[in-house]
Design a protein around this ligand. Structure first.
Ligand SMILES: Cc1cc2nc3c(=O)[nH]c(=O)nc-3n(C[C@H](O)[C@H](O)[C@H](O)COP(=O)(O)OP(=O)(O)OC[C@H]3O[C@@H](n4cnc5c(N)ncnc54)[C@H](O)[C@@H]3O)c2cc1C
Length: 390
């Protein structure tokens, strides 16, 4: 760390938010000569309590391998097949890893396991835990980050502030475009009578998609429903929950036997108005775009944000870190992948989550066409694994 004349700490890069995306960026910069710090509001040595499971794409595995983190992840379950169907319709499509020439289409693991492995990999990066960022401003030549730690207001300066806080800090100043899908995702772990190891299911219904992600002895469920219905589902006893799930999902994995703790996440599409809303500042991960979890794109996209930004930073001279040229270059490199990811998830939600009869026929037809055309399958699978720049 350096100090400016008035003793305010000065860094090349300040990463606001040490969630999975911010931590991945810090990891990618580790070993460079840059002075990097991560500000994370979670206290030190406390595991994340986030209950969601993440489906990582094969492309994310490759990036995590390059970051030296993949090998540290315990208890990861592979997805070898993805079965996509529409409730009350004949259409379906099946994507298989062997058809795509990859060992797996993706992998499932709990958010905290990924978070812990990334955090543990940051041994050489200055990480300020329990540091809640309260303000971000720009002055000539640097960003000014205000934060509260141990009850005291503090400040640091950085050539470039990267906002990876999930999207709250700058929202009041630079409101994102927001579309409420009117849906929440209920998540839990279930076991069932006839699991299909390695097979993930994405089943579209007119109330929203339900996903079963294979994990250990059962499935991680992401069940989308209206906010009100999801709240009701939280209050059901296990027997009712399991039988309603069976009715909703169908018989492909037999009866559901046990369910773990349930939690709910409201869903919407949020898109920051700009990737650099003010000088010396860039947004990555959910701070830049928060998408519907259908097709499991959010973290995978955020990891590509972090990776591409790290490459630009490592190629730049320190004094050019937040130059107009570099900021424009980052926005250019992320534009196509970001727009494609947003349109892909948004399009899926809109096409498959309504009960217009004319769309019902179109949906069935599109799944059947997808299933019959190898190049269409490869296109979709490649998008899901590597994004639009892959
Ligand atoms: C139900 C559900 C299922 C999902 N499933 C998938 C999936 O299968 N695959 C996938 O790729 N994506 C999935 N996602 C999306 C994925 O969870 C997110 O895209 C990902 O967590 C974004 O990571 P992030 O680091 O950008 O933000 P976050 O995970 O929100 O992390 C932000 C971090 O910043 C910290 N922070 C916040 N504010 C401050 C502050 N003011 N100061 C300091 N620190 C701060 C937080 O403590 C946190 O550690 C899912 C999302 C949901 C809701």
């Amino acid at each position: 760390m350096n100090a400016t004349s008035n003793s305010v700490a000065f860094y090349d890069i300040a990463i606001i938010g040490g969630g999975p995306v911010g931590a991945a960026l810090a990891r990618a910069l580790q070993g460079s000569s840059l002075r990097v710090c991560v500000l994370e509001s979670r206290p030190a040595n406390t595991a994340s309590t986030d209950a969601r499971a993440l489906a990582l794409s094969y492309g994310s595995r490759l990036l995590l391998e390059r970051l030296g983190v993949w090998g540290q992840l315990q208890d990861v379950s592979a997805i070898s097949t993805i079965h996509i169907s529409q409730k009350q319709s004949f259409g379906r499509a099946v994507l298989r890893a062997e058809e795509m020439n990859v060992p797996a289409l993706g992998y499932v693991l709990p958010y905290p396991a990924l978070q812990d492995a990334l955090t543990a990999s940051l041994d050489a990066t200055e990480t300020l835990f329990g540091a809640s960022v309260t303000s971000l401003n720009s002055e000539a030549g640097h960003a000014v980050v205000g934060y509260r730690q141990d009850g005291a207001e503090q400040q640091l300066h950085a050539r470039l502030a990267v906002v990876a806080d999930g999207g709250k800090l700058l929202a009041p100043q630079f409101p994102p475009t927001f579309e409420d899908y009117g849906q929440s995702a209920l998540i839990t772990h279930v076991t069932c009578a006839a699991p299909k190891p390695g097979t993930a299911f994405e089943r579209f219904t007119t109330q929203g998609p339900v996903a079963l992600l294979p994990y250990k002895n059962g499935y991680e469920i992401v069940w989308t429903a209206s906010h009100q219905r999801a709240e009701e589902m939280l209050s059901w006893d296990d027997a009712r929950f399991l039988s309603e799930l069976h009715q909703h999902f169908g018989d492909r994995v037999g009866e559901f036997l046990t369910a773990g703790a349930r939690s709910c996440y409201p869903l919407g599409l949020k898109k920051a108005p700009a990737l650099s809303p003010m000088p010396h500042t860039l947004l990555i991960g959910n701070a830049a775009q928060t998408m519907h979890p259908v097709a499991g794109q959010g973290f995978n996209m955020g990891l590509r944000d972090a990776w591409e930004l790290a490459q630009l930073i490592l190629d730049a001279a320190p004094e050019a870190l937040s130059s107009e040229e570099m900021i424009a270059s980052y926005a250019r490199r992320r534009r196509i992948d970001r727009e494609a990811g947003i349109h892909f998830t948004d399009g899926l939600v809109r096409l498959f989550s309504n009960d217009l009869p004319v769309l019902g026929v179109g949906r069935a037809a599109s799944l059947t066409v997808l299933d019959c055309l190898p190049f269409a399958k490869r296109f979709v699978a490649k998008r899901m694994m590597f994004g639009a720049n892959g």
